[in-house]
Write a protein that binds this ligand. Structure first.
Ligand SMILES: [Zn+2]
Length: 268
């Protein structure tokens, strides 16, 4: 038991590949736990081979106690992140790390940033210090300024509840379906998708595969026939659909609505 949730596979890959970015937006129910685990993985003195924090070194213990000198959380003050607080963040970001090799700043409810606050933060994002990692937590990333959005890597996290393992052929089928959306009439989309709706578990797996492809496309790792805003809308919709599928909704009806929306969201 490390005290931290298992780090998402994409974040582990970034750590392993030395491709940690300066700025992230973590969105979705599991976002805050992932932010903690990521901060821990970056600051841990004895991380595991796969980059996961050990949970027991001095750095991990300080993080769990909320007292690590190189990791600071910023909460909205009277419901807002004003310029004053953001100037404090920028000033702290300019200093060297105190105990580790990186300094980490985490902003809860980042959508509550004021325009002045956002402009202050933007200057930092334009010239980030090499040892800084900034993580904005927000369930409404589309409410952030486009200039901030474009400088951050967006991660959408699900609720973390039993994410199904994804066989490669399912992932490929999901990718093919998403690619073919603009060429197919909507009834053909529904027909094709039906092959993956034999039972609730299979459907959940296919929905998760669609979500994964959209997520990859948002991060520019996959090309899909959707604009950035359409990708974001579709990924958010898939996330809610996965949650609904875990509740007891009519799975068939939900699937029809999901594919209709995906079809509408694709660029015709
Ligand atoms: Zn540790």
């Amino acid at each position: 038991m490390t005290g931290f949730v298992p780090l998402h596979v994409y974040l582990r890959r970034q750590l392993a590949g030395g491709q940690v970015s300066h700025a992230y937006i973590f969105s979705g129910t599991g976002g805050e736990a992932q932010a903690e685990a990521f901060a821990a993985a970056l600051l841990c003195l004895h991380p595991d081979a796969d980059g996961t924090a050990c949970g027991s070194c001095a750095a991990c213990r300080n993080l769990l106690a909320g007292s690590h000198a190189d990791c600071r959380w910023f909460d909205p003050v009277n419901h807002l992140h004003r310029a004053e607080g953001m100037r404090e963040l920028v000033a702290a970001a300019a200093l060297s790390p105190i105990v580790g090799s990186r300094k980490i700043f985490l902003l809860r409810e980042a959508e509550r940033i004021t325009e002045d606050g956002a402009n202050t933060l933007l200057k930092l994002l334009e010239e980030p210090p090499p040892d800084m990692v900034l993580i904005l937590l927000s369930d409404q990333p589309d409410a952030l300024l486009p200039t901030i959005l474009s400088r951050c890597q967006l991660f959408l996290f699900g609720s973390g509840q039993s994410e199904p393992a994804l066989p490669e052929e399912i992932l490929q089928a999901a990718e093919e379906l998403l690619r073919s959306l603009p060429q197919l009439p909507v009834y053909q989309v529904l027909l094709r998708a039906r092959a993956f709706e034999k039972d609730r578990e299979q459907q959940k797996q296919f929905f998760f595969a669609l979500f994964t492809c959209l997520h990859q496309a948002i991060r520019g790792e996959l090309k899909l026939p959707m604009q950035a805003d359409e990708l974001m809308r579709s990924a958010n919709m898939m996330e809610s659909a996965l949650e609904m599928l875990s509740a007891n909704v009519n799975a068939k009806l939900l699937a029809d609505v999901v594919y209709l929306r995906l079809w509408q969201n694709s660029s015709h």
